[in-house]
Design a binder for this molecule. Sequence first.
Ligand SMILES: [Zn+2]
Length: 181
Amino acid sequence: MEKEQYFNIKRPEKSCLLCGCSLLEAEKHPSILVHGGDEPLRKDFCPKCWERLQDREYFSYWITKRLKPAPDRRLTRKERNDLLLRMFESLYQHSDEKKATMLFYLAHLLMRYKIFNWKGTRSMPADTEKNLPERTTLLFENKQTGEEIQVPDQTLDGEKISVAKKEIDDYLQNNMSTEIP
Ligand SMILES: [Zn+2]
């Protein structure tokens, strides 16, 4: 059997037969065919193991070139914007003091991506019932629906920002469609 023909029916292994190291990231590595039962057996080795291998019995030997695994698919701008807006809206509906940082951060991202317009600020009087001091609310407008959006002003520090960023990244990653748009 021609090596090229064999290529078509048997894919290279993910890992080295001897040490188990990943061959996915290897640019190239040795591969052999040995006589098996009904059909030839393909064996893939990392270059190090191949060098150390004493018993090199094979009827075909070649160097397999591997393609690097495709990097994670990136979201299109529209997908990213849609997901960010969806994330914002679900938080916005369940207005929760604990999520105030997230809402604040997302609203600014959406403004940067031109989904929201900046409308200004409004000062909210103290609410003694809810034990809230006088505070500032930021006003945005959803450009598509014209809806006014009110987000309590926040003071962010580096740690809060990195927590928010991580949460957003995870959300985008977990909600990414696996289909190519
Ligand atoms: Zn190896």
